[in-house]
Design a protein around this ligand. Structure first.
Ligand code: GN1
Ligand code: MG
Length: 370
């Protein structure tokens, strides 16, 4: 047994999991935490878990995350129970003997969740039914939390979707140029400056208190949805680390940024990168009707804007990480963050040009003229 497996076996015991480890696979999607898919055997039956080491460079207060998650999953479970529905798909975390749902040791901050049975994740999505279903799942997640008191949640990463502040930080780092990489990215910086007036629109609408703040997921990549292996329907959403007060448009927009791109988020061949309006529509057809009764007109009118803003914001974050030496996102090669930033920037510029087309789809799906 190698050292990773020995560590996982030690953790399994500390988290009071019955049985012995039978199989371990590294989970490669996800740009932040280290995750392992672990199968355990106990008296002839198998149980599957996800073991994770949290990235404490990204999450400065991991205990606050675990407190948020306990409250959120508890709230959703209670609601489902009251409605007589199954709680099987709600994420469940293992607890140590001391009752805590995490463990800190000299190697890091650990947690273990039970694998949701019969589920799979996907990274690319050209199946419109699946996208519609994913939209419904993210919409439903917000509905489930619509009566949750947001003041009970810690802000796990302050200013997470504060686009204006993200851009300001990028420009400051470009001036400081700690790794001597700023010269290489002058063109990208100029393009971001051009997009900035529209990219900070949500900051203005928040400042003028025109946008309702809700409890949102904030990291709505398609690989954070679990689909049923047999039916292909979305079962639930995972990765609750960034559930915080936010805007509906952040969740809609981040999902579109990832799922309606005809290429991967780190595609180097930019000719492959574009917005697929059919995928955009399919996700909207799942998301908007699920939530519609809660939405105010301005939230519907700014939904497409959310796709553009989230795409600019992620471009800014990737570029910032490149300039500051690739400390935040996992990278597979030198320049990976720059490739990601260029890909997102190309998509954001296309969204800017096609805003009218995106708005038309939203207006049709929501049955609202604007
Ligand atoms: C990170 O953990 P993961 O891979 O789901 C990041 C998101 C970015 C995404 C880009 C906490 O998400 O905000 O949109 O990478 N999560 C955090 O792929 O920063
Ligand atoms: Mg995440």
């Amino acid at each position: 047994m190698n050292t990773v497996n020995e560590k996982l076996a030690e953790l399994a015991a500390l988290f009071c999991l019955p049985g012995t480890i039978k199989d371990v696979k590294v989970i490669n999607h996800g740009n932040i935490n280290a995750s392992y898919d672990v199968v355990m055997e106990n008296e002839g039956s198998e149980h599957r878990y996800v073991f994770q080491k949290l990235n404490i460079y990204v999450f400065k207060n991991p205990k606050q995350i675990m407190s948020n998650i306990e409250k959120i999953t508890g709230h959703i479970s209670e609601k489902l129970e009251a409605e007589g529905k199954s709680r099987d798909n709600v994420m469940h975390f293992a607890h140590c003997e001391n009752g805590k749902n995490y463990l800190v040791d000299n190697q890091g901050f650990w947690r273990i969740s039970e694998y949701v049975p019969n589920s799979i994740t996907i990274n690319v999505c050209d199946d419109l039914d699946k996208l519609r279903s994913a939209g419904k799942a993210f919409g439903n997640f917000q509905v489930m939390l619509s009566d949750f008191d947001a003041t009970e949640l810690y802000e796990t990463i302050p200013n997470f979707h504060n686009t204006r502040s993200r851009i300001a930080v990028l420009m400051r780092h470009a001036n400081e140029d700690p790794c001597g990489r700023a010269d290489e990215v002058q063109e990208e910086l100029a393009r971001i400056k051009k997009l900035k007036p529209l990219a900070v629109r949500f900051n203005e609408l928040i400042d003028s208190q025109e946008m309702p703040i809700r409890v949102t997921h904030n990291d709505t990549k398609i690989n954070n949805v679990l689909f049923d292996k047999d039916t292909g329907e979305a079962k639930t959403v995972i990765d609750l680390d960034t559930v915080m007060p936010g805007l509906v448009a952040h969740d809609f927009g981040d999902a579109i940024r990832f799922a309606a791109n005809t290429a991967a988020e780190d595609e180097a061949d930019l000719s492959k990168v574009s917005l697929d309006i059919d995928r955009f529509r399919a996700f909207a057809e799942g998301f908007i009707p699920e939530l519609k009764q809660y939405l105010t007109p301005i939230e519907i009118k700014t939904m497409a804007l959310g796709a553009f803003v989230m795409t600019v914001e992620v471009a800014v974050r990737f570029l910032d990480d490149y300039i500051t030496g690739d400390q935040y996102f996992k990278t597979l090669y030198r320049g990976h963050n720059l490739v990601r930033a260029r890909c997102q920037l190309k998509l954001a510029e296309e969204m800017y040009d096609r805003m009218g087309e995106m708005n038309k789809v939203i207006s049709e799906v929501a049955g609202m003229v604007f």
